[in-house]
Ligand binder design. Structure first.
Ligand SMILES: C[S@@+](CC[C@H](N)C(=O)[O-])C[C@H]1O[C@@H](n2cnc3c(N)ncnc32)[C@H](O)[C@@H]1O
Ligand code: SF4
Ligand code: SF4
Length: 381
């Protein structure tokens, strides 16, 4: 239950006050602060953990007209940030018009990309990136070119992504960060990726553990790539050693990472999968887990379908209705999420788990005093 009336005022919290914003969204503000939008289903890579459907054409994507209108609707309901994903967002031909539209309405853009296309962009396109995008997050899963190429299923994927980082550095903006999927086999890369971030001018590395469930299959048809999980005692120890080394490197080089959260939660996450009991993870970590992700954001897929988050089933489609209508439809889902009632699929989730766990813990510090202690210790390291 909220403490006061539900409002959808376009109040914008400065990023430094994001923490207050969590509580405001929990109690009073009924609008998405951020939209994660898969602007296309197509991709120029073929990653082992992703399974982007190879047969998609641009016909399935929402039209340019609808895409531009969607940005307008985002502005009307006070969306502060759009996270562009896919597929590969730069594989969408009119991505440039979409970026311009976001910029026109002052919506912050975080572009998540495999980085393959950046080195070949002409100066006009680069200028659009510089003006309209706040942050480009390039996916890099290894500093070993051969390993990264084999994970991404593309030759020269590493060289091209690193060339993309260098191009953005020369451009002098947007901010650059790295996104890394941690799986069995690339644990040793954690500290090396922090060093690479430092050398290439990236301000942060967002480590996330591999999910054996690809978002493209939909939650009802789970493709379980269990072989990608960290699952033996020796592998856990190797992961732990490398997370510690990564934390030391990050501190020394002043690179922001998700490693403090990763250090606390990745072990239980992988162990729960190894025991084939992903629920264990949720049930043992916080006494009442609230999914903050669905309280302040929503997911729009390449074909226009709207989902509480990337991995859950669709509840509607913006090809047939408006963002406001689709947000309203998810109201019951949010009521349930606030009460800690989440679907079974959530038991395997690691999406934005850090912010959701921090929020859940701080909401009920007495109930979660053990977790409160753990979080405080991880922040102090
Ligand atoms: C779906 S991709 C879309 C953007 C772009 N194509 C890219 O790879 O950066 C968004 C992010 O999800 C990550 N990702 C994809 N499949 C994943 C999985 N099964 N488990 C964890 N992360 C995954 C990617 O590495 C990437 O950082
Ligand atoms: S993770 Fe990104 S780059 Fe890899 S196949 Fe999926 S959409 Fe493409
Ligand atoms: S817990 Fe994870 S899977 Fe469930 S709704 Fe939240 S983000 Fe989605």
């Amino acid at each position: 239950m909220g403490l006061g009336p539900r409002v959808s005022l376009p109040i914008r919290f400065p990023r430094k006050l994001a923490f207050l914003s969590c509580f405001a969204h929990y109690h009073w503000i009924d609008r998405p602060r951020s939209i994660t939008w898969a602007v296309t289903g197509r991709c120029n890579a073929n990653c082992i953990f992703c399974e982007v459907p190879a047969q998609l054409t641009s016909q399935e994507d929402v039209t340019q007209e609808r895409a531009l209108k969607l940005v307008e609707e985002m502005n009307t309901i006070g969306v502060e940030e759009v996270v562009l994903v896919g597929g590969e967002p730069l594989a969408r031909k009119d991505i440039w018009q979409i970026l311009e539209q976001c910029s026109k309405f002052g919506i912050r853009v975080l572009l998540v990309t495999n980085g393959l296309a950046i080195e070949k962009l002409d100066p006009r396109r680069l200028e659009v990136l510089r003006r309209c995008v706040s942050e480009v997050r390039i996916s890099l899963d290894s500093t070993d070119a051969e390993q990264h190429d084999s994970i991404r299923g593309v030759s020269r994927a590493f060289d091209r992504a690193v060339a993309g980082l260098a191009t953005l550095r020369r451009l002098g903006g947007p901010e650059v960060s790295i996104s890394t999927v941690v799986m069995n086999g690339n644990q040793d890369q954690i500290p090396k990726l922090v060093e690479l971030a430092d050398k290439s001018g990236a301000r942060a590395v967002y480590f996330q553990p591999v999910s054996p469930i690809t978002i493209f299959s939909g939650a009802s048809a789970l493709t379980k790539k269990m072989e990608l999980l960290v699952n033996t005692q020796a592998d856990f120890e190797r992961l732990e050693r490398n997370v510690d080394a990564g934390l030391r490197a990050a501190k020394r080089l002043r690179i922001f990472t998700t490693l403090p959260i990763f250090q606390v939660f990745a072990g239980p996450y992988f162990q729960a999968w190894a025991a084939n009991l992903p629920g264990l993870y949720f049930e043992t970590i916080v006494r009442k887990f609230v999914c903050l992700t669905t309280l302040w954001s929503t997911f729009v897929d390449y074909d226009g379908s709207v989902k509480p988050c990337a991995v859950l089933a669709s509840t509607g489609n913006i090809k047939q209705s408006s963002l406001v209508t689709e947000w309203a439809k998810l109201s019951q889902f949010r009521t349930n999420a606030k009460a800690g009632r989440l679907p079974n699929e959530c038991q395997a989730c690691f999406c934005n788990i850090g912010e959701s766990i921090v929020f859940s813990t701080l909401r009920s510090p007495l109930r979660n005093w053990r977790m409160f202690e753990t979080l405080a210790a991880s922040r102090l390291r």
